[in-house]
Design a protein around this ligand. Sequence first.
Ligand code: R5P
Length: 291
Amino acid sequence: MLLLGFADYLEPAKALASKLKLPFSLVEVHHFPDGESKVTLPVSISDTVIICRSLAQPNDKLIELMLVCATARKMGAKRLILVAPYLCYMRQDKAFNPGEAISQQIIGEFLSHYVDDLITVDPHLHRVSRLNSVVKLENAISLQATQPMGEFLNEKFTAPVIIGPDEESRQWVSAIAGQHGWDFLVAIKQRFGDRSVKVELDDFDFIDRDIVIVDDIASTGNTLIKTAELLLSKHPESLSILVTHAFFVDKALDKLEQLGVRNIWSSDSVLHSTNAFSLVDLLAPNIENIL
Ligand code: R5P
């Protein structure tokens, strides 16, 4: 068996190979001046190949994945397991306007055509609850980062209050708080557009408490900014943020720091300056389970 990785997600892929005690090989990716990609696999391929790459900024990566999978099959690979700690295109799960593509279904079908198994973490599913109804594979496995998140926070705080910024986050905050017996609250969020949200929260005594907002993804960061503004007005001891997938576009990190957020942490599903813990101990046993 062999684990294939890419230069843009090197350390987490190498760490995963080492945890699984598998040889690691790099897929070389060349970008031609016109924007096309060429991929080069190692000359010798095993029967089972694990491909590990985060699918953030995905457009080129999906084409490269297709090229890698087709080439690996040609070279004799029988089973291709994709480990994508961040899985792209999962948000657009319906056509909100006539003519809009339902990207989730199309990309799900694409992936199920090229790989035999898929493992990811906290995919952004809204109206669809199960990943294998989108990626139609027996092993389309969606893991939650709540265990490593809880362990990470337990090293930092004694009794934090965990805040979920919207109803969707209840699953994560209740799991994390439940593991350790911590308080948690879930806010009510209204979204008015890609960059506009309103957040409301029930009354709670936050004075002198360490608060941690937990969410699956920080994209524009507006959800976190609005939630942080509300919480900071309630005089906590500290306010921190922990997310699985860190994008923080539009200078969101600067805005959060200026507001007075003390810590901003994320998993290494998307490589980012806020990365604070690895997903390797979550991924490795789940890969071993399907081998
Ligand atoms: C919402 O469903 C998600 O869990 C996140 O809260 C949301 O996608 C974050 O987006 P943004 O950072 O742009 O507010």
